[in-house]
Design a protein around this ligand. Sequence first.
Ligand SMILES: Nc1ncnc2c1ncn2[C@@H]1O[C@H](COP(=O)(O)OP(=O)(O)OP(=O)(O)O)[C@@H](O)[C@H]1O
Length: 664
Amino acid sequence: MPRFRERPGQTHCLPSTQTSSDLNSLIANRYIIQQRLGKGSFGTVYLVKDTKAVAADRLKVLKEIPVGDLKPNETVHAIQEAQLLSQLNHPAILKFYTSFLERDAFCIITEYCEDKDLDCKLEELKHTGRTLSEPQVCEWLCQLLLGVHYIHQRRILHRDLKAKNIFLRKNIVKIGDFGVSCLLMGSCDLATTFTGTPYYMSPEALSHRGYDSKSDIWSLGCILYEMCCLVHAFEGQNFLAVVLKIVEGPTPSLPETYSQQLNSLMQSMLEKDSSRRISAADALRSRFIEESLQSMKHKFFSLTLRDKSMGGERDASQILRALQKKVHLQTLRERSEVQKMSPRERMRLRKLQAADEKARKMKKIVEEKYQENHLRMQEYKSKNFQKVSVDVLKVRTEGGVNKTQPIQSETPKGNSELAGSISHLSDKMCKSLSKDHAIPEDPQVAEAFYSVDEFESCSEADSDGEEDSEDNLPTDPSCQTFGQDSDLEAMIRHMEKVLDGDSDGAEAEEEKPQLGSLGVNSMNTSMAEGRIERMRQSVCRRLGEEVFLKVYDYLKQARQRQESEESIKQALNQLVEKPSDCFEVDQLLYYEELLLAAQENTSIHEKILESTQPLGVVIYNCYNSVNTPVFAQSAVRVQSGRSVRCGRDSRITAVPLIARSHQP
Ligand SMILES: Nc1ncnc2c1ncn2[C@@H]1O[C@H](COP(=O)(O)OP(=O)(O)OP(=O)(O)O)[C@@H](O)[C@H]1O
């Protein structure tokens, strides 16, 4: 029974049990449900209108998670950790606004991404027989790396990176569902295993050897593979087959249509030994990614310029461009010398002329921007900010070029990097676009102008913002302008920091606690029980209760007997039409084993907490039904060196805190 209801007339209207008081009723005194976006393993997702936000920010997402079974301290813990998430601010990370409790539900408010998630996008491509081009893959990969680098610097792990958790908004990817699983399940490694599908899980997470920042990188490697091949990096008939492929199978390669550099980067992300796996920081420093960042910077820069200057006239300019292209082609056809040219030469001529035209337009825009910057600097100066070196700008206006970038360090905080980047690029542009040179001379600028991809992607980028309608409460176009903190601008700032070798927020590293550091680092078993129950119900519905029970009983015994995958497949063939339908039953059994192990550990925690004093670390070593060792560790109060035996064949050994980082 949904706790919240949608407004009538929406796409996914809920049953007509709505009462008039539900309609328009405000949630947390400010949100109104617009429509249901979907249901995930934790709860239901709604599009809401934030009545207290400015027009451009009004549409948000509310994730409603039933917490009926949560103990009060677990709820408080989740809210405390949610506060940490709201401090994150990066264009590649879905903005987490706030969380609160309402009608027995834990509610999370996040940014709304109108272009859905990456999983949907890849499915769509698969169905239409298309693939992503390498520049597009690289662009999204760079953004993801920037986002992951940002959180890792703050000692925060995502723990559930997958295509479904990557959202798209105006061609910018946003890492979402950020830490939601940790908020609710607890942040220990067992909880991580519980959070989702195994496809993206690293070998170390699956074999419970601990989850760290490199495990997030593994998941990112899986996402990279999926962006290129539109299938999971590690596929299998059943749950354990996938697990085995991840832990022991060979590392997959990208098809030859993708470059060798991209392939080797992916392979270094899918290195089974986590200590040899590349980190986000190292990946960003690699030559290949650095080049991608550079070209993205140029692309973003020209897009930002165009957004500002063409804003409302987008449609008109598109029509104009199409007309110009037509006239241009007619002219070409009429010219006899052109007819003598080879198709390649004609193509080149066409590109050069288009670039000339674009360069003329850009020059005009840059000159305007330049004037605007100049005025803005003067304004800052008059407002008694720190001394601003307007002289440098004057020198530039007169045609001189000053290599220093005083604007960057002298503008007020927040605009400084942007102003620096604008002035730096404006400087380059102005130099290249001086009267004598209609086409830019600077190789970087010229590359941006002549890039085929850029020409060809113009219309796509332009159409991005076109779905604005009153109902959709569009993003204010002015959001993508200079001086305002749009995603594009923020992304450029982050890219520049990385390209400049800046630590990008590392100064905060010591102060900011890692997500999951509040409270006891254990699994929230009531949430896990809820998840198992929902999973059981969903599989039951799909297979039918009778078949489900048969498959469940058979698989449970087969796993205990350690039967081979082949004989399991044959037996399942007798029970169901498609053995792959039993994937989730297998996963369910695995989760049940983990939950059992976690519950045993919890009760032992409690006993130890009652009886002992010094702080130490307990390392558990127990086995689940498929004989996979389950290791878990947690800081609790125990007597150093004490050894405790617990139920079944589990063994517990207490060791000093210093041993925390070692695996048993
Ligand atoms: N911020 C958002 N903007 C736009 N759509 C969203 C947003 N968050 C979630 N959705 C959509 O809502 C639906 C449910 O999302 P949710 O994250 O709860 O589940 P899921 O990702 O499908 O599964 P899981 O809970 O296992 O991760 C999905 O279709 C998702 O694309």
